[in-house]
Design a protein around this ligand. Structure first.
Ligand SMILES: *Cc1c(COP(=O)(O)O)cnc(C)c1O
Length: 391
């Protein structure tokens, strides 16, 4: 029985959705069934297609529980799981576009999603146009007769632009195009793409859903205009996620609300602390009133997560290395959404074509983990001191 999102608190939903102890001898969590073959009692049952589990690739108690939870949370018609966040993005795109179709993608999109469009997507005959993520209803001007889908990602990777997804979705609907949203940053707890007008909501479950940096997984949830296509394409490709990783995602989901609250609180505290420094030219966090799309974020999101960026004052790159190399609690690593804090430095110029990035300082992206924020601030303060010694 799916628990409805509207009439229960989200913590209640997360604690109970997809949980059916009565089906598993009373155990709270579904057991991990490892298996490909499922045995049928007789030919008639096998041919009827009615047996609940028929083959490991199609369904098992773990995937069923996670999909039930995601479908409720996203207020979707259904959801499928993929082996990584990137494969969730590409599965969503290929479910609704094909040879001869035109796709719109924000300039600030996650780099590997852009790489897919430039390589496999192009080889398959999909033409991609990149657009300014802050374009809003102005996206109208970029539509062609063969525009089949608009990809959105809010906030943008690294540069944290907030997109006006309701405005984009209204235009797309007029053109009968599908809107896909990569909602990894917010999760459906802080923003519900399908309620805002998108047709497909994608997450790198690898990040906040799994939440412990110990598994990769992608989720694709779809509304009525896209669900049949997503479900069919996922089946055609033979996508499957092993029950162990699904179990880790389901376990992560149960505590998502409390973890996000802590990520949010610490990230805002640290963003505000950074904003007061001479060495920092700009902090890019949508919950700060200095963010260019702060009002849009306030209108559409119910909170913020632990990932944001800041730009340093111009300095030799040696100063950045001095700051980041010796951080005690911030690891240098890709991915994010786990309990640990992370830092990376990126140059957005390398992956932009529709917009320009003209900051003269260096961009640093932080993921604020679940550590004590005072320790993180002390760590960053020492890093800024090392930066100052170089600059
Ligand atoms: C990390 C990330 C992905 C890809 O997730 P993987 O599980 O690493 O493949 C996709 N989109 C966004 C926004 C991400 O941050």
């Amino acid at each position: 029985m799916a628990i409805e999102c509207e009439n229960r608190g989200v913590g209640t939903l997360l604690a109970h959705v997809g949980s059916h102890p009565e089906e598993h001898h009373g155990f709270v969590n579904p057991p991990i069934y490892r298996g490909s073959t499922v045995i049928f009692p007789n030919v008639d049952t096998m041919q009827s297609g009615d047996q609940r589990y028929q083959y490991g690739r199609l369904n098992n108690p773990s995937t069923e529980a996670l999909n039930e939870a995601l479908t409720s949370l996203e207020m979707a018609c259904g959801s499928v799981l993929t082996p990584s966040g990137l494969s969730a993005c590409t599965t969503a795109i290929l479910s609704v576009v094909g040879a001869g179709d035109h796709l719109l993608v924000p300039d600030s999109v996650y780099g590997p999603t852009r790489h897919f469009c430039e390589t496999a997507g192009r080889r398959m005959g999909i033409e991609t146009t990149y657009y300014d993520p802050t374009i809003g209803a102005g996206i109208q001007a970029l539509f062609k007769p063969n525009t089949r889908a608009v990809f959105t990602e809010s906030p943008g990777s690294h540069t944290i632009e907030i997109q006006d997804i309701p405005a984009i979705a209204a235009v797309a609907r007029k053109h009968d195009a599908i809107v896909i949203t990569d909602n990894t940053w917010a999760t459906p707890l802080l923003f519900k793409p399908l309620v805002a007008g998108a047709d497909i909501s994608v997450m790198a479950g690898t990040k906040y859903v799994v939440g412990h940096s110990d598994a990769l997984l992608g989720t694709v949830a779809a509304g009525p205009r896209a669900w049949d296509k997503v479900k069919a394409f996922h089946f055609q490709l033979g996508m499957h996620v092993g029950p162990d990783d699904v179990t880790l995602a389901l376990r992560g989901l149960r505590t998502l609300e409390v973890r996000l609250a802590r990520h949010q609180e610490s990230a805002i505290e640290i963003a505000q602390w950074l904003e007061g420094h001479d060495e920092v030219s700009r902090v890019i966090h949508p919950a700060l009133s200095s963010h260019p799309q702060h009002s849009l974020w306030k209108r559409d999101f119910s909170g913020s997560s632990g990932l944001f960026s800041f730009v340093t004052k111009p300095a030799p790159f040696e100063a950045i290395k001095a700051m980041l190399d010796d951080l005690e609690f911030f690891g240098l690593g890709y991915s994010w959404g786990g309990f640990e804090s992370l830092a990376i430095t990126v140059d957005p110029r390398a992956i932009r074509s529709a917009t320009s990035w003209d900051e003269s300082g260096h961009l640093i992206r932080l993921h604020i983990g679940l550590e004590d924020p005072n320790d993180l601030i002390a760590d960053l303060a020492k890093g800024i001191q090392r930066f100052r010694n170089y600059a």
